[in-house]
Design a protein around this ligand. Structure first.
Ligand code: NAP
Length: 295
């Protein structure tokens, strides 16, 4: 078996994403000599012990990072700054700090300033997930064939970037690098706006269900059902994502609203060609995803 990539790997947060990394490290054996897991609540820590997916389960964040060669922030993005304040003085010189957060400008803003000299920051975002959360939700195949986007700032130690790339390679991911602002714009359209629409359509249907005496929910097994899957996602995580990608999300929402109005106008005025064109574009995008094996 290859040498472990890190002597000691610390996962701050062991929900869907953190526990998937822990499971992969356990299964492969070449990611870390020791895996340390930290979470906020005693019940999660206890469950991680029961699942036996980490070598050390540590309730104290500062103690968890001590001696770690790589520390992965796997907490909701809104918790990053507070957790960093707890752990920063205890990071090992030369350690790599990375994360899995769905927003990247906010991570640079929240983790960057507290980073001790000699500690390397390499932000990352695995573009893989489900609507489930917590340590039971993770599974080792989660990142298989999925992209992970890294957003290192110019001047970051190339060896630290390469180590994080290798971590994700060993997790089964394909890796892309881009700047944090571009990342936030891309995910605003491919992930954050669809979630915003899903949450909204479910609330609208829920309001309407009162008027129609449940009929809306009874017959939900049509297009609506596909929205309900992502609308089942974790409220804390998504609240934090929306608040930490505010600019890009509002820009995409404004563009979407204009386009939706245009389609509505075409429906009102019976512009069949316009309507058909929009539907064709949707089909083309779906076909492209299937061809890229991302569907
Ligand atoms: P999750 O299943 O809800 O797990 C979050 C973990 O963070 C839990 O272990 C939680 O511990 C811990 N935590 C929360 N606040 C904390 C604090 N102040 N101190 C220490 N630990 C804390 O969330 P997830 O889905 O794994 O998401 C984690 C990160 O990955 C987020 O930043 C998210 O944006 C990103 N991400 C998510 C997905 C997705 O589809 N879910 C995809 C890609 C990236 P307790 O259980 O004890 O509260």
């Amino acid at each position: 078996m290859a040498e472990p990539l890190f002597g000691r790997l610390c996962l701050l947060g062991v929900g869907l994403i953190g526990s998937s990394i822990a499971r992969i490290a356990r299964q492969r054996g070449d990611i870390a000599g020791t895996v340390v897991a930290h979470a906020k609540t005693p019940s999660t820590l206890e469950r991680v012990r029961e699942l036996d997916i980490a070598d050390v389960v540590e309730a104290d964040a500062a103690r968890a990072v001590e001696g770690a060669d790589c520390v992965v922030f796997c907490v909701p993005v809104g918790a990053n700054a507070a957790v960093m304040a707890q752990v920063a003085p205890h990071l090992k010189p030369g350690a790599i700090v990375t994360d899995v957060g769905s927003t990247k400008m906010s991570v640079v803003r929240d983790l960057g300033p507290l980073l001790p000299k000699g500690v390397h920051l390499v932000p990352g975002h695995p573009m893989a997930g489900t609507e489930f959360s917590g340590p039971d939700a993770g599974f080792p195949e989660l990142f298989q064939g999925r992209y992970t986007i890294l957003t290192p700032l110019p001047g970051t130690d190339p060896a630290a970037v390469e180590a994080v790339r290798e971590l994700w390679r060993r997790c089964g991911s394909m890796i892309e690098t881009m700047d944090p602002a571009t990342h936030d714009k891309v995910v605003a359209i491919v992930s954050h706006l669809p979630h915003l629409l899903a949450f909204t359509i479910c609330s609208t249907a829920d309001d309407l269900a009162e008027e129609t005496k449940e009929a809306v929910l009874k017959f939900a097994a049509s297009g609506f059902r596909d929205f309900t899957r992502i609308a089942a996602s974790d409220p804390t995580m998504w609240r934090d994502v929306f608040l930490n990608n505010r600019e890009a999300l509002l820009e995409m929402l404004a563009r979407f609203t204009e386009d939706a109005q245009a389609l509505g106008r075409a429906v009102r005025w019976g512009e069949a060609g316009f309507i058909e064109d929009r539907i064709q574009r949707g089909r083309k995008i779906r076909k492209g995803l299937i061809e890229r094996k991302q569907a």
